[in-house]
Design a protein around this ligand. Structure first.
Ligand code: ADP
Ligand code: ADP
Length: 224
């Protein structure tokens, strides 16, 4: 079973008098262990696709399946639970909490889920070491470089051992060398944990190193 499946997904936005059909029957399957690059021009619908896959939005037609479950049949509480436990999000800007240390930022999603502090702290340390941040666990985001902040954000995204990682330009504000380093850390973590990952990027060098590349054309997913 694919971790993520989109079947005939439609999404339209009403903009005043006009209706914009952003997705018109999008089909997509991503399996465990697969890293898929999403490359498309601005306005093509990348964020819309990620928000539907992340259960942040509901489609106007078709269905989103997570590990075989039809998301449309779930109520909001069930969708929130799936977002917390099964989906990790990484953004272009890290959204780390500034008053908390790297360790605390990675512990937080686990505490929200109800794990005790000791378990959460051990897991957070393990993930931060894996991201080569073992020496930085006590630093606040402002004391870390851009690449380090992004690696903390990646550790936080996988803290609850999700099945699916969704990333929107995760290396978009980093210089090319740092972007490569952060991507290598991300893909090592994805491979080690058997996650499925969908990563929107404009960086073709990085896209070339993913397992598959997809784009959006006239509201449909097209393999590149
Ligand atoms: P991308 O991430 O590829 O830049 P988006 O998914 O953000 O594309 O947006 C696709 C199109 O849908 C754009 O033309 C955008 O203006 C429009 N759009 C996105 N969200 C909304 C919204 N909430 N209301 C109206 N139009 C929207
Ligand atoms: P919480 O009370 O834990 O924030 P939410 O349902 O708001 O519960 O969020 C669950 C997960 O979905 C969180 O991990 C959060 O990062 C992510 N999330 C919520 N809203 C958004 C959003 N608008 N964009 C991206 N991710 C979001």
């Amino acid at each position: 079973k694919p971790v993520l499946r989109l079947a005939g997904v439609e999404r339209r936005y009403v903009q005043g008098e006009r209706t914009l059909d952003v997705l018109r029957g999008a089909e997509l399957e991503i399996r465990a262990g697969e890293i898929v690059a999403l490359i498309a021009p601005s306005g093509a619908g990348k964020s819309t696709l990620l928000q539907l896959a992340g259960l942040l939005e509901r489609p106007d037609g078709g269905e989103v399946f997570l590990s075989g479950r039809a998301a449309g049949k779930l109520d909001d509480a069930e969708r929130t639970a799936i977002r917390r436990l099964e989906i990790g999000f990484v953004y272009q800007f890290h959204h780390l909490l500034p008053e908390f240390t790297a360790l605390e930022n990675v512990m937080l999603p686990q505490m929200i889920r109800g794990l005790d502090g000791k378990t959460a702290s051990e897991r957070a340390k393990e993930l931060l070491s894996y991201m080569k941040l073992g020496e930085r666990v006590g630093h606040r985001p402002s004391e870390l470089s851009g690449g380090e902040q992004q690696r903390v954000a990646i550790a936080r995204a996988v803290a609850n051992a999700p099945r699916l990682l969704l990333a929107d330009e995760p290396t978009g504000n980093l210089d090319p060398k740092t972007a490569h380093y952060v991507f290598d850390a991300l893909s090592a973590l994805v491979r080690a944990s058997g996650l499925a990952a969908l990563i929107a990027t404009h960086n073709m060098d990085l896209a070339e190193r993913m397992d598959r590349r997809i784009t959006l054309e006239e509201g449909k997913v097209v393999e590149m």
